[in-house]
Design a protein around this ligand. Structure first.
Ligand code: MG
Length: 278
């Protein structure tokens, strides 16, 4: 039996070798090179996206604020506070939406969305997991303010993971709390801040964290941030939700949650906000 197998194998092997010899005799070295190169080419029909004009939203974006209304925003369904104790208490109660609350109550002024200090945060009605976000913001000039009180706001993905908004042009504070910091987790790579009173831009890629059924973290949240076109956070892995005091760690939450804008007691302004779900 073994001999028969060996003979069949030998016939197959030599006929294959012969075929290859014939092929290489027919094809030139250049043609063979082309065949090899093509073998690793991938072809796919990608969705077409028309780039926006003058930083306007691209064709497939969800426009969250275009200067005309606060319709895409509402009050949060719980007040995010940056405390691990409260995350433990509140996140397990979230059932994935929809969450209908009260209308947004910040000011609409000259095409800008303006924080009304003391009214509380705003969240998007739409829920997001992985997302690309564009937002423009302005910290007003105010010589009476200092540190974390000088035009503080924040952009929280899933209402939990904050990229700091602050005047960081001429204002001392801790580095992991300045503009562009992943608050208390990652210092920005550089300071790309413009002087207060100028419109500034964040373009952000956010990847939502992934959890197992039992609540273990499988993939941490990741963030890339361009500030005024400059890379300041390069695909960093977050430790958990934003904490003001103590160490952060993950607590399981729904796969999609709203984007939150923070009321930190200062009249920070926003305009031209759009998102692309990824
Ligand atoms: Mg803040």
């Amino acid at each position: 039996m073994g001999k028969i197998c060996l003979i069949i194998f030998a016939i197959f092997f030599f006929s294959e070798l012969n075929a290859q010899k014939k092929e290489s005799a027919i094809l030139s070295a250049e043609q063979l090179q082309q065949i090899r190169a093509k073998a690793t080419e991938l072809h796919r029909d990608l969705d077409r996206v028309t780039p926006g004009k003058e930083a306007g939203p691209p064709s497939d974006a969800i426009v969250l604020f275009d200067g005309s209304s606060l319709d895409e925003w509402q009050k949060p369904f719980f007040e995010y506070s940056g405390s691990m104790a409260e995350y433990h208490e509140r996140l397990p109660l979230l059932k994935g939406g929809p969450y209908v609350t009260r209308p947004a109550d910040w000011k609409l002024e000259n095409g800008a969305l303006v924080v009304v200090p003391g009214t509380g945060h705003l969240v998007t009605k739409e829920l997001f997991g992985d997302v690309q976000l564009h937002i423009e913001w302005l910290t007003p000039k105010d010589a009476t303010k200092r540190g974390q009180d000088y035009s503080n706001s924040g952009l929280f993905f899933m209402g939990l993971y904050e990229i700091q908004i602050l005047n960081s042009f001429d204002n001392e504070t801790y580095s992991n709390g300045q503009a562009g910091a992943i608050y208390k987790q990652y210092i920005p790579l550089v300071n790309a801040t413009k002087p207060p009173g100028n419109w500034q831009v964040y373009d952000i890629i956010f990847s939502a964290p992934k959890f197992s059924e039992s609540g273990e973290i499988l993939n941490p949240a990741r963030i890339t941030v361009l500030h005024n076109g400059v890379l300041i956070q390069n695909n960093v892995s977050l430790l958990g939700p934003t904490c003001y005091i103590g160490q952060s760690y993950y607590v399981k939450h729904p796969e999609k949650l709203p984007i939150l804008l923070q009321d930190h007691g200062n009249p920070v302004r926003f305009r031209n906000i759009w998102a692309r779900k990824l």
